[in-house]
Design a protein around this ligand. Sequence first.
Ligand SMILES: Cc1ncc(COP(=O)(O)O)c(C=O)c1O
Length: 330
Amino acid sequence: MGTPVDPVPEVIRRALADASDAPGYPLTAGTPALRAAIAAWVSRACGAGVDGLGVLPTIGSKELVAWLPTLLGIGPGDVVVVPSIAYPTYEDGARLAGATVVRTDSLTSLGPTPRVRLVWVNSPGNPTGRVLPAAHLRKVVDWARERGAVVASDECYLPLGWSADPVSVLSPQVSGGSYAGVLAVHSLSKRSNLAGYRAGFVAGDPALVAELLKVRKHAGMIVPAPVQAAMVAALEDERHAEEQRERYRARREVLTAAFTGAGFTVEHSEAGLYLWLTRGEDCWQTVDWLARRGILVAAGVFYGPTAGQHVRVALTESDEHIAGVAARLA
Ligand SMILES: Cc1ncc(COP(=O)(O)O)c(C=O)c1O
């Protein structure tokens, strides 16, 4: 269903243990070492320059997704745009703030509205595995800048490109070399098997990040000190991330062959942690058909009203279970 199952890499566990004597309050902004590690990783992975880049650790990325509209002072009368088929927390966060949610992938369909305050994009996408081209992201950023809206780009699957290369909103081809109005949201949950640690971060517009820091300090949204140390170790080590990526690549190949062989159509899924599948029938029929074979998937309707004929299959199972799925579908 989507929770990491492989071990936390030893180098990260050791950093956590070494930092366990932590009697004082941690820094909401992150330790200097963590801030430097985030900036260096963003520069490598997103092709972003570090000059003028705001960075801030978060308690996993879900809490930021859920609270970003509130933290930015968005409220009743404001509009938050979310992808038509999306991770549910974008909508949940807008509702927590009392804002209006519009689901669309095409901003031109919105018309000239000044009410849009925040636009979420998610590439590679959950649940579809869709990758948005740089030109598309650039149009979103230009559109939002013209209207004074913020673009929040959830990039937690960025390191998992398979048949397409995901592009960050912070890359110069999208941002135009300025971070004005853009925030990239990242997570170590999947890259480094750290879902249990709650380790994420946000990077982008320094003024927006400063505003988030100010509110989060007062609201007690602080990443624990041992987790901050673990994040430094995780961000400075690419080897474990590459090993984990190869595990997912192998599982993806087995599952793609198995589901295709069983008559499923794989759509998008060019990156990320999921296969987006359809048999051209109501998703609950597909969920039921698979459940009878002992295979658990997520129904497409969880992610949007237009996804009623799809199911989402996660690559996050042990090799043994993945082989079991292939055997049951054969
Ligand atoms: C698109 C997307 N964003 C954010 C998250 C939250 O991840 P975490 O809170 O573990 O960083 C997930 C988790 O599955 C996700 O799929």
